[in-house]
Design a protein around this ligand. Structure first.
Ligand SMILES: Nc1ncnc2c1ncn2[C@@H]1O[C@H](COP(=O)(O)OP(=O)(O)O)[C@@H](O)[C@H]1O
Ligand SMILES: O=C(CO)[C@@H](O)[C@H](O)COP(=O)(O)O
Length: 542
């Protein structure tokens, strides 16, 4: 039995904004394979920038659903070429960028369940399977009217937040569905099922429609986060009989069924390989990190997010409360910032010749506090706070139109992290002795950026070896889901590694990047610059 456990592999996929990634772990939780497909460069025929298409109104943002399908074909090809042994996979799970939606045309479920293993997914799904080809994604901010309507129907923004964990947000799926129904009725009427990006990806592996899990389902403005059922008021206000199109939500730890015969025959998966519910990328990331009481996770992916494990939901007008992906009776709080990595890349391109090395050198060579200079860089309409434009201030608090490239780099990164801290504190989070900041996502591989994070939060920052806790979290979830049903032995192995916070978390050897505090330096940033952000950043409009 021990040998069987060692032989077993678990896969975690992540359909995120800019790429599709996969991580495989063995029964001892070692990472044995990693791979990815970058949408812009490896699938240029879909003409995306950063994985998305910005429409002429500059508010609508979508991604081609067939790009995600073709990316999966390509990823599986790459894994085959790397001689990955699919027959050893006992279970798989995954995640998707949150809030995005996929619209399956009438009759699509039959196509899904009768796929021919001699053809790619793309060949078979490209015609007549999706009623909407351009899937709305989390960067969209075009559904303001629908947000107002939903809040009015629910009895106000706070009442809606009390039910669904968030006031109405434009990117939240319910508001996108309402917009689609109002503007493209024919396509809407031709739809037999609506998936999130996560449950869409799970559906491909299952060969049938996968349930939406409670955790990713909390990002729709449709789920009652306490009863974990669709809220009647929200369904009614969004589209009649919407529950039929959504299917019933399920716990994020659910085993949905075996992988479809298509994957068995095409890739050599075992017939007994299980598909564990897919969830949102931030919830999956929470599962991939060892969060303890008082810890704060900062994800530096396409978006920057800040999240916490919380026991009791206290929804507010800013931020979100989601059902917890590990212990679904608990919760997680999340803040999302749209101007994250893409804004850092833009400033890198303009100020440091497109080089992260030079960008990092600028951070090393400028003092904490930036001699009083700071900036707020909202290249596109920000989510937290809802503000747009670039605003730079010198040490006299005077708005200036430019600063030197080195100063600009530090003004950007300090401004971003001050904002992350300020809004986290507004959410009720306090930084106390012992607080650890756990960093993940693409930019967490940059030590100089993490140094600024540590200085601004006045706390040590930890990372896991893999900057990609989302995929790892999905692989752990696959293992966990499988363990619950068939392999108690693996649970024992898991428990050896587990923290008290959750049975899913396996010790990933956090490397301590920086112990010890920089009180005096932080004071300057905190007291002086802090007030500046409070003054300047426009308040969220409830
Ligand atoms: N050395 C680096 N320094 C700063 N940022 C980096 C570095 N390497 C990668 N990144 C950033 O990581 C981002 C991708 O992060 P990732 O977590 O993979 O995003 P997503 O999951 O949303 O696709 C890129 O947009 C890039 O800006
Ligand atoms: O909208 C949110 C969270 O509410 C985003 O965090 C998306 O989930 C996209 O994630 P990344 O691709 O940036 O990881």
């Amino acid at each position: 039995l021990m040998a069987a456990a060692q032989d077993s592999l678990y896969l975690g996929f992540d359909f995120s904004t800019q790429q599709l990634k996969v991580v495989a772990i063995d029964g001892d939780l070692n990472v044995v394979h990693q791979n990815h497909v970058l949408f812009d460069s490896e699938l240029p025929e879909f003409r995306t920038q950063g994985g998305v298409q910005l429409h002429a109104d500059r508010l609508t943002v979508t991604s081609p659903v067939l790009m995600w399908v073709k990316a999966l074909d390509l990823l599986l090809d790459k894994m085959r070429r790397a001689e990955f042994d699919f027959s050893r996979v006992r279970a798989l799970s995954g995640s998707g960028q949150q809030h995005g939606s996929v619209y399956w045309r009438r009759g699509a479920s039959e196509t899904l369940n009768q796929l021919d293993p001699d053809q790619s997914l793309y060949q078979q799904l490209q015609v007549c399977v999706f009623s909407v080809l351009d899937s709305p994604v989390w960067m969209d901010s075009s559904s303001s009217q629908q947000c107002q309507d939903l809040q009015a129907a629910a009895g106000g923004a706070l009442r809606l937040a009390e039910i669904t964990g968030s006031r109405a947000y434009e990117r939240f799926t319910g508001n996108q569905i309402a917009k689609l129904r109002q503007n493209r009725l024919e396509e809407f009427q031709d739809t037999e099922r609506i998936s999130l990006v996560s449950s869409f990806a799970a559906s491909l592996f299952l060969g049938g429609y996968a349930a939406i899990d409670y955790s990713d389902g909390s990002g729709m403005n449709l789920l009652d986060i306490r009863s974990r059922t669709w809220s009647e008021i929200c369904l009614e206000a969004t589209a009649p009989h919407l529950d039929r199109l959504l299917g019933a939500p399920l716990p994020p730890t659910s085993v949905l069924g075996p992988v479809s015969s298509y994957f068995v025959r095409r890739c050599g998966f075992s017939e007994s390989c299980r598909v564990v519910a897919f969830t949102g990328d931030n919830p999956a990331s929470l599962a991939g990190m060892r969060l303890q009481q008082g810890d704060i996770a900062v994800s530096l992916g396409t978006s920057d997010t800040v999240f916490l494990w919380i026991q009791q939901p206290r929804p507010a007008l800013e931020g979100h409360v989601f059902c917890n992906p590990v212990d679904w009776q608990e919760y997680m709080a999340l803040l999302c910032f749209k101007n994250g990595s893409l804004t850092r890349e833009r400033v890198r391109n303009e100020c440091t010749g497109g080089s992260w090395e030079v960008f990092s050198a600028a951070l090393r060579e400028t003092p904490l506090g930036n001699n009083g200079n700071i900036g707020f860089y909202f290249d596109t309409m920000e989510i937290t706070p809802p503000a747009v434009g670039v605003h730079r201030f010198d040490s006299d608090d005077t708005e200036v139109s430019s600063v030197s490239p080195q100063v600009e780099v530090r003004a950007l990164v300090e401004g971003q992290f001050l904002s992350r801290r300020l809004h986290a504190e507004r959410l009720g989070y306090s930084i106390i002795p012992g607080t650890r900041v756990l960093a993940t996502g693409g930019a967490s591989s940059n030590k100089e950026i993490l140094q600024v994070l540590s200085d601004v939060f006045n706390a040590p920052v930890y990372t896991i070896d893999l900057s990609n806790s989302t995929c790892l979290g999905s692989a752990y979830r696959a293992l966990h889901g499988n363990t619950l049903t068939v392999l108690p032995l693996i649970l024992l192995i898991l428990q050896q590694y587990c923290s008290s916070a959750s049975v899913l978390i396996i010790s990933p050897d956090y490397c301590d990047l920086k112990k010890g505090k920089k009180e005096n330096l932080v004071k300057e940033v905190k007291e002086k610059r802090w007030n500046k952000e409070k003054k300047r950043a426009p308040e969220a409009d409830p």
